[in-house]
Design a binder for this molecule. Structure first.
Ligand code: MN
Length: 261
């Protein structure tokens, strides 16, 4: 039976990466598009509970119809899998994001947390992000990344994913014929150079910017960062169970559980 694929993103309904992804996904099934009405990049995993969500119909650049909500990417996924489209959603694909989501980026990323939200509702989720080369000024071509996403999603449709697992796909910015292939990876490391800028407003009150230089990536082999550095598409399976099992047994040695000790 034809699959019903929900396509979303965190860059907003009019982002070119969303359209490129939707166009590729149409080759695999029926596509519905529901994405935020504005850019939510860095918005993380959100569940909007304190206000109503609105959805409006939007005409996309290729003439097709999408839907935009004033919620976060993860809200868009909730709306979609909980019945906005009446028809059951079989798969959620999020992207193609403007910029890679590597290492510790994943919980900040609206792109990745949209796929996490799908998994919470027992729907397979795949996040797709495209690396932006440094000092890149031209318009980005999202097609090679969308095509790479199609290859991954085809496998997910054929093989399924275990419960609690999502895929985080990152694509280096290369023409399709220069992509080296696919590597299954673990999360790598980006070193964040956080710095707090304190300034003073015209009324004499301090305000703050969380800033600093862009994170430095450690291109270790076997990791998402390493795969991109070598020109490969990186596919990282992520799990929502963040429990540190090895530490769990160490914590038992703290004997906190003994009463009156
Ligand atoms: Mn984004």
């Amino acid at each position: 039976m034809e699959k019903h694929i929900l396509v979303t993103n965190d860059d907003g309904i009019l982002a070119p990466g969303l359209l490129a992804l939707a166009q590729e996904m149409r080759k695999l099934g029926k596509v519905s598009i529901l994405a935020p009405d504005r850019n939510w990049s860095g918005g993380g995993h959100v569940k909007t509970l304190d206000r109503a969500l609105r959805v409006k119909e939007v005409r996309l650049a290729d003439g097709s119809t999408g839907f935009a909500s004033d919620g976060a990417p993860s809200d868009c996924v909730s709306l979609g899998v909980l019945g906005y489209f009446k028809e059951k959603v079989d798969l959620v694909v999020s992207g193609v994001n403007h910029g890679a989501n590597l290492g510790h980026d994943v919980t900040y990323s609206g792109t990745v947390t949209a796929a996490m939200e799908a998994v919470i509702f027992d729907v397979p989720g795949i996040a797709v992000s495209l690396e932006i080369p440094e000092d890149h000024l031209d318009e980005m071509d999202y097609r090679p990344a969308a095509e790479a996403a199609r290859a991954v999603v085809e496998r997910v449709i054929a093989n399924g994913l275990p419960p609690d697992i999502l895929l985080n796909v990152n694509v280096p910015y290369l023409p399709a014929d220069r992509l080296m292939g696919f590597l299954m990876t673990r999360q790598g490391l980006r070193v964040y150079h956080g710095r707090l800028d304190e300034r003073v407003d015209p009324r004499g009150k301090p305000y703050y910017w969380i800033g600093g230089d862009a994170p430095t990536a450690i291109p270790e082999r076997g990791t998402d960062v390493g795969a991109l550095a070598e020109g490969y598409v990186s596919v990282t399976p992520l799990q929502l169970d963040l429990t540190a099992y090895r530490t769990l047994s160490d914590l038992n040695n703290w004997n906190l559980q003994e009463k009156n000790s």
